[in-house]
Design a protein around this ligand. Structure first.
Ligand code: 1HE
Length: 260
């Protein structure tokens, strides 16, 4: 599937980082149905060399959310399937093959915030702002935001954003947990790419555990969570690569943890 509104570039010495860029700046990277399907397709077909991905948006804004020009005369059933289509696509981002780092700038609004919240790390530059204008458009979130956004910032903040149209700037957004990194204007991509390279150097099984096991464990009752954690720990530590990495440390070949 090809779509001129999204671009995939494979970078790194070992083709280990995928840079995925929304390329619809004239419409502020608004997500029409074709683009949502293309995101799904792209995450389903990443080359096997890829170990981490960066998700970026061309132009002044990361993403203006749902393409409102397509919000036409859907009936209830069509609306349901439309939302489920978004769910399927963003599920491929969150539970895909590799960790995804979002490089945020400008508008991260509506479905754009839903997309960002499906990523594993969010890096925001100082131009970033966050909003959920669905409230004022007479609609509701439909791209998984009702599940993912409260897990980042809490249901009370999301309720406020939707009821009052509150806009969070980059600093407030970082403070409340919308992004894990706040960087100077124009540098979100570089920071996200550097993080992706670091992430790509981890043992693949550890990365897998972090994106597939951890969020599920976090949703389990403690007793089940401890059990799942033990299973995942046993699998991860039994990999030959884990043994090698531990030996490297014990024999002085691996980096120590450094105070930054
Ligand atoms: C769009 C969209 C869009 C821009 N759908 N066309 N999202 C929103 O309610 C956000 C709507 N957008 C905005 O508030 C602003 O466009 C921005 C703050 C993001 C950027 O402002 P600005 O001044 O840089 O751009 P602009 O002049 O408003 O827009 C440039 C063009 O992009 C213009 O089209 P043009 O043909 O007149 O040039 C806009 O119409 C177009 N554009 N945003 C369609 N969203 C799974 S459910 C998710 C539900 C939601 O996401 S609802 C929230 C939708």
């Amino acid at each position: 599937m090809t779509n001129s509104d999204i671009q995939l570039e494979i970078k790194g010495d070992h083709q280990e980082v995928a840079v995925i860029r929304l390329t619809r700046p004239a419409k502020r990277n608004a997500l029409n149905d074709g683009l949502v399907l293309a995101i799904r397709n792209l995450f389903e077909t990443l080359p096997t060399t890829v170990r981490a991905a960066v998700l970026d948006g061309e132009g002044e804004h990361f993403c203006a959310g749902l393409d409102l020009s397509e919000l036409s005369e859907r009936d209830a059933g069509q609306g349901l399937h439309h939302s489920r289509m978004w769910h399927a696509a963003l599920e491929r981002v969150q539970y895909g093959p590799v960790p995804v780092i979002a490089a945020l700038h400008g508008a991260v609004v509506g479905g754009g915030l839903e997309l960002a919240s499906a990523c594993h790390i969010r890096v925001a530059d100082e131009s970033t702002f966050y909003a959920l204008p669905e409230g004022s458009r007479g609609i509701f979130v439909g791209g998984g935001g009702a599940v993912r956004i409260p897990r980042l910032i809490g249901a009370a903040r999301m309720t406020d954003m939707m009821l009052t149209g509150r806009v969070y700037d980059a600093h407030e957004g970082e403070r409340v947990g919308m992004a894990q990194y706040l960087v100077p204007k124009g540098t979100a991509f570089d920071k996200a790419y550097a993080l992706a390279q670091r992430v790509a150097g981890n043992a693949p099984l550890t990365n897998y555990a972090l994106i597939h096991a951890l969020p599920r464990i976090a949703e389990q009752p403690a007793d089940q969570g401890f059990f799942t954690e033990a299973m995942m720990a046993a699998i991860a530590q039994s990999a030959p690569e884990a043994k090698q990495r531990v030996r490297d440390f014990l024999e002085g070949r691996a980096a120590k943890v450094q105070k930054s």
